[in-house]
Ligand binder design. Sequence first.
Ligand code: SF4
Length: 91
Amino acid sequence: MDWQDEATCQGEDLVLFFGPDGERQAERDIREEIAKEVCSWCPVRAACLNYALTRPEKDGIWGGLNENERAQERRRRQRRVSYAKALEMAS
Ligand code: SF4
């Protein structure tokens, strides 16, 4: 994964992106906001997100999204593909 060479999170503590065991929701919310801030200026954010969306990466912040947000993004992309296929079949 060449894009990882450009990752802003290189050298960051993995706990920032994946969280510690036994983390409470309030702590998680704060940690995820900080991790997403790091992702926000990452030059390989799109590649990171695309990688995570095509693999069963259940945990952590990838491409600036947490697992629930990535599940939403997967569904959004799938709907877009389905819509494009339906348009193609109708034409
Ligand atoms: S988008 Fe975030 S998690 Fe992905 S490589 Fe960049 S800093 Fe790391």
